[in-house]
Each structure stands twice: as structure tokens, then as C-alpha cells.
Design a protein around this ligand. Structure first.
Ligand code: PL3
Ligand code: FE2
Ligand code: FE2
Length: 239
């Protein structure tokens, strides 16, 4: 947690006097896709928490509460696009999420709770946390306020997944290794796909990857994986 905060401060210091011009066509064009990705991501996060809740009757209210927060996030990011006069390219965003969405749907159909939680509460939340961290120091003042509120909630979501998986570690471990192998390469592909547009927003791919890996590795450690297991899991995205 401390590492994340300090890396955020570094970015802030180096870019505080060099904000992008939010009114250029180039900025708005890139924002139409990034904004759509975030809106779609928040919508799917809502749907995923509702789905997970239906697999855990004793947790259904907690998960409904998380789902509600995701809809609030989605509305906040819609306002960010409107504020800049940008129309979100939702078709692009649906395609962007399709492979991960399919994997989630398949795990849900098979009632694989650990896989569903790894995809939504760990991988997607860690991806969102890294993206929002890197975005905050280069965002317009309106979006900054909204994103700062959102990122706090995403930590709650990541923690929620962590706590459940930690409590069920022994019975989930094997499934989690498999789920990581199938889904971490998709996250890596998504990061690469978004890199060019993110760069227009002054968000560097290396910073996104660094922040993502810190959040992901901290989550896996907390859940109960050791250093070697985590290294092996990370390596499965490289091959
Ligand atoms: C779950 O709560 C949220 C899921 C959202 C996924 C977001 C992925 C973001 C990748 C694009 C990076 C740009 C961030 C800019 C923020 C407006
Ligand atoms: Fe969210
Ligand atoms: Fe979330």
C-alpha cells in the first residue's frame, strides 16, 4: 500500500506542471475509447458482483452493495466524458472486454467462485486501481475529483476478494493457478491494446504495468501464495 502511494506521488511531482490540453481533437479521440472502456468496465463489474452474489446466498447483500458502487462509478465516468464533450465509443469497449467477459461467464456457469473472484475482484480491480492511479495526476480537475473517490472504493473491492480467497485458500489454490493462467495474459493484452490511447492522455504503459503488478502481487501474497508461486504465476503471462 505504501509503495503504491509513493509511486503515485512521484508521477504527480513530475507532471503537475505539464497537464495535457484536454480540448484537442487528439485528446478527445483517445478519450472516447478510454472513457468507454472505463464505463463498460464499471458496468460489467456491477453485473459480475450481482452474478457472484447469486452463487453466495449468505453474501448476497454485501455483493449487491459492491455492485451498487460500480454503477455510481459508471455514472461518474459518464459525467467525465460529457464534461469534455466526448462521446464514448461503447462498441469498441465491448469488444475490448469480450474475451475476459466470456471467461467470467463460463466460470459463472460452472459456479467456480474462486475463478469469478480472481477475474473480477482481483485482476479487474487491480487493473482499474493502476489505471486510476496513473490517470489522477494527468486528469482534468473534474475527472480528478471523481476518480479519487472511485479509487478508494476499488481498494475495498480488491480487499473483499482477497479476504474471501484467503479464507478459502487451500480449497481454491489449484483453481486460482488455472484461472491466473487463463486470464492474466488477457489483462496483459488489454494493457497493450490501451497503451497508445493512454499515452495521448500522458499515461505511460510502464507505469501502468508497474502499478498493476504491485497491486496484483500484494493481493496474491495476502491470499497466501509464496514468492515462488507468484513468480511462476506472473511468468505465465510472458509465455
Ligand atoms: C471495476 O470497479 C472497474 C473496472 C474498470 C476497468 C478499467 C480499466 C481501465 C483501463 C484504461 C486506462 C485509463 C484510465 C483512465 C480513467 C478515465
Ligand atoms: Fe468500480
Ligand atoms: Fe470495483
Amino acid at each position: 500500500m505504501q509503495t503504491l502511494e509513493s509511486s503515485q506521488t512521484e508521477v504527480m511531482e513530475s507532471s503537475v506542471d505539464l497537464l495535457p490540453d484536454f480540448s484537442t481533437e487528439a485528446y478527445k479521440d483517445a478519450y472516447s475509447r478510454i472513457n468507454a472502456i472505463v464505463i463498460e468496465g464499471e458496468q460489467e463489474a456491477h453485473d459480475n458482483y450481482v452474478a457472484i452474489g447469486s452463487l453466495m446466498p449468505e453474501k448476497v447483500d454485501e455483493l449487491k452493495n459492491l455492485a451498487r458502487m460500480e454503477l455510481r462509478h459508471m455514472k461518474g465516468f459518464m459525467a467525465c466524458g460529457r464534461n469534455l464533450g466526448v462521446t464514448a465509443d461503447m462498441k469498441f469497449a465491448k469488444e475490448f472486454f469480450a474475451p475476459l467477459h466470456e471467461n467470467f461467464q463460463k466460470a459463472f456457469a460452472e459456479e467456480k467462485i474462486p475463478t469469478c473472484l480472481l477475474i473480477q475482484a482481483i485482476l479487474i480491480e487491480a487493473f482499474a486501481i493502476s489505471a486510476y492511479h496513473i490517470y489522477i495526476p494527468v486528469s482534468d480537475p473534474f475527472a480528478r475529483k471523481i476518480t479519487e473517490g472511485v479509487v478508494k472504493d476499488e481498494y475495498l473491492h480488491l480487499n473483499y476478494g482477497q479476504e474471501w480467497l484467503k479464507a478459502h485458500f487451500e480449497t481454491s489454490k489449484e483453481e486460482l493457478v488455472e484461472a491466473n493462467k487463463a486470464n492474466l495474459p488477457l489483462i496483459s493484452k488489454m494493457l497493450n491494446q490501451v497503451a497508445e490511447d493512454a499515452a495521448v492522455l500522458q499515461m505511460e504503459k510502464e507505469d501502468l504495468i508497474e502499478d498493476f503488478l504491485i497491486a496484483y502481487q500484494e493481493a496474491l501474497t495476502d491470499i497466501g501464495f509464496n514468492t515462488r508461486e507468484i513468480a511462476r504465476m506472473a511468468a505465465s503471462a510472458l509465455v
